[in-house]
Design a protein around this ligand. Sequence first.
Ligand code: ADP
Ligand code: MG
Length: 158
Amino acid sequence: RARLTVDSPEEMQNLGRSLAKLLRPGDLVMLTGELGAGKTTLTRGLGEGLGVRGAVTSPTFVIARVHPPLTGGPALVHVDAYRLGGGLDEMEDLDLDVSLPESVVVVEWGDGKVEDLSEDRLHVIIDRVVGDTDDDRRVVTLVGYGARWADTDLAATA
Ligand code: ADP
Ligand code: MG
């Protein structure tokens, strides 16, 4: 578990780039934070760090967008779970042209939906600080669940 302060959108994107270095095919990243918290901004950095095709934008109006790898790394599957009723197993019906075990799956609005999918996941929680006069400041909490993340020192990366 790690907690850090992020003072700008650029810094959030850089955090995504740093976190990308930790990620491997099959990883699941769950992003929690209200609208405008910076979930998509962080994912943009993840995409840059992973080296995938296409700019990461808000997946609103689509459920999942696949960014294929530019080199040998994993694809990035960026999911907006807002309209996914049941859970990510519904994603099997989405006809993604990638295999999820070979991809990094990043889910916005996945709270209560992705937990059953895998015991292994990196949970990124983005909060504004109540009463903070700095509109751009965010507090990011990183929590790794499962054996996959047990030995990762998140504080060292962030
Ligand atoms: P979400 O996906 O959580 O709804 P977005 O990443 O789409 O959020 O949007 C975040 C908005 O907040 C952007 O307009 C961004 O410029 C702004 N912003 C301001 N400060 C930050 C910060 N520290 N981190 C991320 N975004 C920030
Ligand atoms: Mg978003």
